[in-house]
Design a protein around this ligand. Sequence first.
Ligand code: BYC
Length: 470
Amino acid sequence: MSGINYSEKIPNNINLANDRTLQRALEHWQPHFLDWWKGMGPTDFQGADVYLRTATSVDADGWATYGTVKMPDYRWGIFLADQQSERTIGFGDSMGRPVWQQVPGEFRSTLRRLIVTQGDTEPASVEQQRLLGHTCPSLYDLRNLFQINVEEGRHLWAMVYLLHAYFGRDGREEAEELLARHSGDADKPRILTTFNEPISDWLSLYCFTYFTDRDGKYQLKSLAESAFDPLSRTCRFMLTEEAHHMFVGETGLARVVKRTLEVMKELGTDDAARVRAAGAVDLALLQKYLNFWCSSSLDLFGSEISSNAASNFANGLKGRPDESQYEDHVLRDKQLKLDTPDGVQDVPMLNALNEVMRESYLKDCEIGLKRWNRQIERAGHAFRLALPSTRFRRSIGSWVNQPVTPEGKLISREEFDRRIGEWLPTEADRAFVRSLMQRVVEPGKMAGWIAPPERGINNLPVEYEYVKLS
Ligand code: BYC
């Protein structure tokens, strides 16, 4: 069951050939996807040979094989984790009943909405990153970017499969719309705000893959708990791919910190202006980028108090990440204390689940910060990087538009407006970062603002020619 058939037009492990109607529908969508990829995917690199990994089966050994391929020839396909026999619903009011192999009529539009929202982020991120290839800091990084891009393309396939297979005509229409909305488009933007933010430099890419892909991890984990079994199996496989994206973010930022510390040592100063003059990212600037992307990604969990979250959980559509780690899976009698601008409120736990998830996400985000701070401490500097408060720069929820510092202190609007440039990248900061983004494509060479990685991909040396430019 878990082997993937690559001889078919659409590689899959779902016996697609046995379902001619679905096969035809997906084969009809496939050229639209390829047109979108050529028009909205990475610019100017479609002819390059890229060292990419792909899945040959969905089990631990077989899903990552490596080879050189031109991106438009990447075998995007449909891969679901194996079905678990006799799986039962793990949370909510129907806990213990068998999971669903079809969509129950009463949850059809909500499930479709969840799948469309998830699906929309995948092509959005490819669009956001489409120009980055031109300013890559190394061939190693260029290859990682393209690996992420093709896998986000595959994640789109994963959601489109669900729409086509389980939502009939509406699903097919939604699948077309996923290719028609575009990141940052004034008329047809992507659904969630973060996915309309430009990613025009590599510092933003590393922050995005650190913070936003990690939101992806948490959302996918919560959908992997779903009672709708095909969604659960689809998300379980997507999570294996997501790990590499966060690796790119975490190691990318660690390499930026490392290089900055080297420059500070060479110069014998931590003076930001001198660090910048030497072509590196000063730590205060990095902090501003972390503030920007972390706060934006915090919004992706939805409002602190959400009736959508409550009914999704009660109905078994969307659980908590790693639901089995909790004791109470029904949550009808629990409350949570939530800090709002109007004081502490007692909220039914079911309605506060977005916040529960956001808190576990933040704990996960802390891990990288601890590591980078250890690097800084070892180099003998007092500066520490920190995550912004969940109240800072929120665009949804109870703290929306409140003048709060990154430390979480409510201040006057006037002070907030005056000091915002201390906390978020200013136009001058962004222009400086852009000025660093000079393309380096000689094998093994790195741009001056980032240290080389500790090792290459799949045991190959860092100097390997990961992308052969045509
Ligand atoms: N921007 O009750 P509320 C990833 C809407 S990332 C704009 O507060 P709810 C990836 C919301 O849709 C993971 N609108 O929140 C990473 C709702 O509208 P409707 C993506 C927003 O519903 C990197 C209304 O506000 N996964 O995979 O409890 C690269 C009130 O909503 C925002 C998913 O999104 C926002 N930030 O939770 C590539 C999972 N937030 O429906 C990929 C599926 C909320 O009333 N989606 N709204 O018209 C969901 O689970 C939920 O829809 C959300 C929101 C968590 C997004």
